[in-house]
Ligand binder design. Structure first.
Ligand SMILES: Nc1ncnc2c1ncn2[C@@H]1O[C@H](COP(=O)(O)OP(=O)(O)OP(=O)(O)O)[C@@H](O)[C@H]1O
Ligand SMILES: [Mg+2]
Length: 445
């Protein structure tokens, strides 16, 4: 199953972040894992990560609130790094829910279900060993007599301690042929389904064959036939899509994004519940991080509030840089533009503006991450810009400043490159003042 990349999209600006940078006692280190300062928020995020890993956060919500450029998105990215790869983390911007392809509430529910993992455990009987004999019994293809197909085959597998032969039917034998299984391969066969996985070439075979790119593996020891546990993680959305595709004519046209019926979701929930009851699966509630929360409207908020009541709900993390503002779609003013009934159930983590030294440290980390050298004066100027305008803007200026340095055939960003970059690129506050000033003229165009 191919897993969606949601987790690491759009994090270019945050690629220097490796985690929350906490010590063994969950205290924030000054500078660690790419993060600087903002200690209270990082420690709070550390508590959240522990609760999520213990499965004690499902259906709860968190709000990261603070002025622009204070690291809200950065901390959310750090949380995703701390969660590891099994626990889903879906990163969306609220504006992405508005598209022509599907209803906004449908887009929201799909995002929520991508944020819930199901870890499936399967105990299978497998045959594992080096192929030391493989004889096909070929017959003419009944549909095309000029072609031969296997009617059956005899497979001999050896471990360091045992050798066994198995007779396999036509379907599995054909599977062996198409997979190109040969003498000297170390393979794993699911005894019930005949599904094969080639682990590599045996060390012994390596000597006698030209094995090209294939990996060399040790011949397993012990018995050929054994019980083995497989685990893998699918999201509820993976289940939804697989079930929706089944028997649908849309399956002919590939996986275009589209709406999924409620019945399909109910059936999936039933199926997953059964797997859990039977001890074959475990629910891994992950995180749906909705950035730029002020873009959510009253309908999405109401829908989300209800969905959080459900037994299979992810943890929702919202981020807002707004103070009191209108709830989108209403004339109601509320803190962060979030309805009070939802706000009531959120744990709030606030982020604070950085000191000058912290801003400098962050800019230096970003420069190192981009692999660019920056002169002392240029760093100071960027720090000043970060302090006066916004950190986000200062960090963003590194890339164009680097281009200007390259134009001068310089390996190092100097003050003049920063000045040149900041004179042609505006930050949001500048550009909105500009727009206000020219509003009438621009509308008249
Ligand atoms: N404490 C930190 N340590 C290291 N890098 C940071 C820290 N805080 C922010 N950054 C980096 O600074 C830039 C701006 O921060 P970020 O985008 O996270 O701010 P934000 O609070 O989400 O702002 P906005 O409200 O505008 O969305 C990003 O490149 C981010 O990775
Ligand atoms: Mg942000």
């Amino acid at each position: 199953m191919i897993r969606e990349l949601g987790k690491f999209e759009r994090v270019g600006a945050h690629s220097h972040i490796r985690g929350l940078g906490l010590d063994e006692n969950f205290k924030a280190r000054d500078v660690s894992d790419g993060l600087v300062g903002q200690k209270r928020a990082r420690e709070a995020a550390g508590v959240i990560v522990r609760l999520i890993k213990d499965g004690k956060m499902a259906g709860r919500g968190i709000l990261l609130a603070g002025p622009p450029g204070t690291g809200k998105t950065a901390i959310a990215v750090a949380i995703s790094k701390e969660l590891g790869k099994d626990i889903p983390f879906v990163h969306v911007s609220a504006s992405e829910f508005y598209s022509a392809e599907m209803k906004k509430t449908e887009a929201l529910i799909q995002a929520m279900r991508r944020a819930i993992g199901v870890r499936i455990r399967e105990q299978r009987t497998v045959l594992e060993g080096e192929v030391v004999g493989l004889d096909y019994n070929m017959i003419p293809n009944p549909y095309n007599p000029t072609q031969k197909i296997p009617e059956s085959a005899t497979l001999t597998l050896a471990t360091k301690d045992e050798k066994r032969s198995f007779s396999v039917g036509g379907r599995v034998a054909l599977h062996f042929l198409t997979q190109g299984v040969e003498i000297g391969d170390v393979i794993l066969v699911d005894k019930e389904t005949g599904r094969i996985s080639k682990l590599g070439k045996s060390e012994k075979a390596k000597k006698s064959f030209d094995i090209g790119e294939e990996e060399v593996v040790a011949v397993p020891s012990g018995k050929v036939e054994k019980e083995r546990e497989f685990t893998y993680v699918l999201t509820l959305h993976d289940f939804d899509e697989a079930n929706a595709r089944r028997g649908s004519i849309f399956s002919l046209f590939g996986g275009a994004s589209r709406e999924i019926d409620n019945e399909v979701r109910q059936a999936v929930d039933e199926q997953v519940r059964r797997l859990i009851e039977e001890g074959r699966a475990e629910l891994l509630p992950g995180v749906l991080f909705i950035d730029e929360t002020h873009m959510l409207d009253i309908e999405l908020f109401a829908f989300m509030n209800r969905a959080m009541e459900s037994e299979m709900a992810p943890i929702i993390i919202l981020a807002s840089n707004r103070g009191f503002s209108k709830i989108r779609g209403t004339d109601v003013i509320a803190p962060h533009g979030i309805p009070l009934d939802l706000l009531d159930r959120l744990l709030i983590i606030t982020t604070e503006p950085y000191t000058r030294d912290e801003i400098r440290a962050i800019i230096e980390i970003r420069a190192a991450e981009m692999g660019v050298k920056v002169s002392k004066e240029a760093i100071e100027r960027l720090t000043e810009i970060g302090e006066k305008m916004s950190l986000r803007y200062a960090v963003q200026l590194l890339a164009p400043a680097n281009e200007f340095a390259k134009l001068r055939n310089s390996e190092k960003i100097e003050l003049q490159d920063v000045e040149r970059a900041s004179s042609i690129f505006s930050d949001v506050s500048q550009s909105s003042v500009y727009l206000r000033k020219w509003e009438e003229k621009m509308l008249g165009m």
